[in-house]
Design a protein around this ligand. Structure first.
Ligand code: M6R
Length: 364
């Protein structure tokens, strides 16, 4: 049942305020900032390293979590795609907490990577949507993302809920290690509680995004740029676009531009820059100006403050509401998803069942 939407993907994008708010309700008591986490089963105090392993969109959620865990909890984090991790026989030993992220909980490579870590890592934690899945069953602790059934092959609401649960995990790790003051914790929880309303505001930008998508649909190649925690989101935005619209899209960390990809820039390559006005904003803007100086068409996704100082010459812009810096990847996932969705609709591709793809990849 698409609940009046044209596609399951559209329905699932629109459900995000609701599912994010349910996930927040699960991990925090009403009106409280105490984290409801199985702390007795996951001890972050003796951990010297974390490995985060997943595939596809879930892998990009892990990449985002690396920024959060390292920043808040000071634990070194290694992130790998499951198909690489499982075969390179990486050293996993005492002091390692292994964490696997999977919407379906049945992805063959992720499950194999989990089995590789059994008996080697201190603890095996999974972040799953399907709680009766193999990955959930075979881990010591399974953290539910509570996104509800996701039918569209392109993962949307599962991604934002994975991010939310990974952020809670980073907070809990920081708390256990004495690195999160009660005040900071309360501030972050209140910022999280403000997310559903902000996601609704982001969804209000849909008509603007739909208009941009009509033009994006003409492109042969699209570049996505982001810095810091927005870099994994750039990767996710590019994946979303290529899997459903079949437009070639690539993502780079903004600072990498001049090390190669800038050679691709001309008036035919739209460049999507994901840059809230955070500590790295000035740097992103200078990268963006390098693109514009080469006639590149820049679509800047930022907040009012960012758009206000970004200057002249943008091809298009999409305004997001302001949000706590650390939570921006969750909010900016919405325009990335809508952009891919409307571009695919404009191209007339099969949005919910893109060619060659399956919802759950249970063979390697
Ligand atoms: O079920 P999982 O989260 O383990 O699936 C992982 C990937 O196959 C999945 O995220 C895939 O990349 C999606 N099509 C992305 O939209």
């Amino acid at each position: 049942d698409k609940a009046g939407h044209k596609h399951f993907m559209a329905k699932e994008i629109a459900e995000q305020p609701q599912v994010i708010s349910e996930a927040i309700g699960h991990y925090f008591g009403a009106g409280q900032s105490e984290i409801r986490f199985p702390s007795d089963q996951v001890d972050f105090t003796g951990v010297s390293r974390m490995v985060l392993v997943a595939c596809g969109t879930a892998f990009y959620a892990c990449l985002t979590a690396k920024y959060w865990i390292e920043k808040l909890a000071g634990i070194p984090v290694e992130v790998d795609v499951a198909s690489e991790f499982r075969y390179r026989e990486p050293p996993v030993g005492p002091g390692t907490l292994a964490l696997f992220v999977s919407q379906s909980g049945e992805t063959a490579d992720t499950l194999a990577a989990l089995r590789y870590c059994k008996g080697k890592a201190d603890r095996i934690v999974s972040v799953v949507n399907v709680t009766e899945s193999s990955i959930a069953r075979e881990s010591d602790v399974a953290l539910p993302i509570l996104a509800g059934t996701e039918i569209g092959v392109a993962s949307t609401k599962a991604f934002s809920c994975q991010l939310l649960v990974l952020f809670v995990t980073a907070m809990e790790a920081a708390r256990q290690r004495g690195l999160l003051s009660a005040d900071r914790q309360a501030d972050l929880v209140s910022a999280m509680r403000g997310l559903p309303a902000r996601i609704n505001l982001a969804l209000d930008a849909e008509p603007v995004i739909e208009a941009v998508a009509q033009e994006l649909a003409e492109a042969r190649d699209v570049l996505f740029l982001g810095r810091g925690q927005m870099y994994p989101l750039a990767l996710e935005g590019a994946l979303k676009l290529k899997e459903i619209s079949y437009i070639h899209a690539e993502a780079y960390a903004s600072g990498e531009l001049k090390h190669g990809p800038i050679a691709l820039i001309d008036q035919n390559v739209p460049v999507v820059v994901l840059a809230p006005r955070d500590a790295l904003f000035e740097k992103s803007i200078s990268n963006m100006q390098e693109v514009m100086a080469r006639a590149g068409k820049v679509l800047l996704v930022s907040d009012r403050a960012g758009l206000g100082v970004a200057g002249e010459g943008l091809w298009r812009s999409i305004e997001m509401p302001g949000v706590e810096d650390l939570l921006a990847p969750i909010l900016y996932a919405i325009p990335a998803q809508l952009l891919a969705y409307h571009t695919a609709v404009a191209k007339g591709t099969d949005v919910d069942q893109p060619r060659n793809l399956a919802k759950s990849v249970t063979v390697e």
